[in-house]
Design a protein around this ligand. Structure first.
Ligand code: AMP
Length: 555
């Protein structure tokens, strides 16, 4: 196993391919992850080395061997090597990649996927959707998520063009719409939440060169399906389903406009069996809810170094010959009358927030690790429909002053940004039911507004405009110049809304800049500071597809 810690770019693609060609399995390590997470994943997986770049060397833990692919010594050594591909013997069961995903017991778990699984998945995709050398596939999914595997390797295997989005570009809908048009992209993927944000982008309607858009990762709502098919009339949309534990996707369906109030996830891909079973592992009739079990060539080998957990989820199958295994997904589904599967929800606490798979139990155990936290509970709340957020409730062990912000900071040092609770609520005691269990209904809704607008007032027109925009997008009365967008409940999709809100008011700012400097003051003066222009009229412009002709740069 070889870890790869790199930004998205050509070196990344070459490194992943090189690991596979050398017979190894690659372990993606996102450089955006905090140091604590990077260390934990590398310690757990124990790769032989990390491939990285000189710019990111500081992110590689000291005790891990590294090869910096752009280091002059490495570059000159590579230049002296023969160009022949190494001859290695890889068996179908050898792992091709290991992807870490959230673990309910408080530790992330590494899923080892064999060549047989991912090759089958790619071969099925080619048979089903037939990529040609004229196609251009967009690679924008962060490589720590398995959708990226087909984005990288489907075009490479078929000789189509692979177009790599810039680092951070996957969050920026206006960049994506522009890139899809400029690069004549024909195939791309969106998790449904991001598709929703993308369709709100005025330039999305011009992405008519697409010939296939794949959705997966979370439930695709029927209104979103219809909106897509109306806006991009004639562009096929597909709903794919699958867990990391089964080589990306195991079912697929083409979407049809107006076809029912739920979007089915379809039937199994090649060499895959799907079973809808009750609690005693008997198949349930059509229309009856059951748990989805998967079998076939795409099943992962299991969780790296976690035999117990592997045995718990990859169970002996009464339906497979020769002691075959089934993967217990934890997803509740039913068969519809057309022989397609319909997704109904989860049988456990696992959640998807904006397409990210999260075990609240893992976040809870990190929160509970804070020195001033005596007790902790982490739940998902949906304040507005579709706006799911993680909220942590803590009981202090001692002083409560500044505890909420200190907990957020602590968690951000260990977990990826999408797993950091939007709010931390300090309570005297966790509410319990008569049975002594956590009384989830009695947990108070967090007040995102508390503390907002305090601190220094805006000192410049730029700060004033940014504070107003923050407040508007976050639904708050006022926001101070030092207030952190994410601490006030902001998240990646609201960041897209903020950028769009500012754009139609003549302020151009990149989503990435907001992640780097998430306060109005920081944004106004940080490295990614906005570019301002005065519109000809004083009222906000309607969204426009073209850049303003007459603009005066302020900064
Ligand atoms: P991941 O391992 O991150 O790919 O997450 C897998 C989980 O995401 C599944 O077990 C489902 O709960 C959910 N999921 C993936 N695709 C879909 C889909 N098309 N519709 C509904 N849920 C989905």
């Amino acid at each position: 196993m070889v870890a790869v810690l790199m930004e998205r770019g050509v070196e990344l693609v070459v490194s992943l391919l090189a690991v596979l060609k050398a017979g190894g399995a690659y372990l993606p390590v996102d450089p955006e992850y905090p140091a604590g997470r990077i260390e934990a994943v590398l310690a757990d997986a124990a790769p032989v080395c990390v491939l990285s770049t000189t710019a990111l060397e500081a992110s590689v833990p000291d005790d891990v061997a590294r090869v910096l692919v752009d280091h002059p010594l490495v570059v000159s050594e590579l230049a002296g090597l023969s160009v022949q591909a190494p001859v290695v013997e890889v068996l179908p069961a050898h792992p091709a990649y290991v992807i870490f995903t959230s673990g309910s017991t408080g530790r992330p778990k590494g899923v080892a996927v064999p060549h047989a699984g991912i090759v089958n998945r790619l071969a099925w995709m080619q048979e089903e959707y037939g990529l040609s050398v004229a196609d251009r596939v967009l690679q924008k999914t962060p490589f720590g998520f398995d959708v990226s595997v087909w984005e990288f390797f489907w075009p490479l295997v078929q000789g189509a063009a692979l177009v790599v989005a810039r680092p951070g570009g996957h969050r920026d809908t206006s960049y994506l719409a522009e890139l899809i048009q400029r690069q004549n992209i024909t195939v791309t993927h969106f998790v449904p939440s991001m598709l929703e944000a993308f369709l709100s982008e005025p330039a999305a309607a011009d992405c008519t060169g697409l010939r296939a858009v794949f959705c997966s990762g979370e439930a695709l709502a029927a209104p979103l399906r219809d909106r897509f098919l109306e806006l991009l009339d004639g562009v096929p949309l597909f709903n794919l389903y699958g867990p990391t534990e089964a080589s990306v996707d195991v079912t697929a369906a083409r979407c049809t406009a107006g076809d029912g109030a739920v979007v089915p996830i379809g039937g199994p891909v090649a060499n895959t069996r799907v079973y809808v079973l009750d609690g005693s592992l008997s198949p349930v009739p059509v229309g009856v809810e059951g748990e989805l079990y998967l079998a076939g060539v795409q099943l992962a080998r299991g969780y790296v170094g976690r035999a117990g957990l592997t045995a718990e989820r990859f169970v002996a199958s009464p339906f497979e010959a020769d002691g075959g295994r089934m993967y217990r997904t934890g997803d509740r589904v039913r068969w519809n009358a057309d022989g397609q599967l319909v997704y109904l929800g989860r049988a456990d606490d696992q959640v998807k927030i904006r397409g990210f798979r999260i075990e609240p139990g893992e976040v809870q155990s990190v929160v509970a690790g804070h020195a001033q936290v005596a007790q902790a509970a982490v739940v998902v709340r949906e304040g507005a429909p579709g706006d799911k957020r993680l909220v942590a409730y803590v009981v202090a062990d001692g002083d409560t002053a500044e505890l909420a912000s200190s907990v957020r900071e602590f968690v951000a040092g260990w977990l990826p940004a999408y797993m950091v609770p939007s709010a931390v609520v300090v309570l005297d005691a966790l509410p319990v039911t008569v049975n002594g269990k956590l009384d989830r209904k009695a947990l108070p809704a967090p007040e995102y507004a508390a503390g907002a607008g305090a601190g220094r007032a805006p000192a410049t027109v730029q700060e004033e405009v940014l504070c107003q925009a923050f407040a508007q997008v976050l639904g708050l009365e006022s926001v101070g110049v030092e207030d952190d967008f994410f601490a006030l409940g902001g998240h990646s999709l609201l960041a897209v809304s903020l950028v769009e809100y500012l754009r139609v008011r003549g302020v151009s700012v990149a989503v990435r800049a907001l992640f780097e400097t998430p306060t109005p003051a920081g944004l106004a003066e940080g490295p990614g500071k906005p570019r301002w222009w005065y519109p000809r009229t004083s009222s906000p412009r309607a969204p426009s597809r073209s850049r303003p002709r007459c603009c005066r740069w302020w900064n």
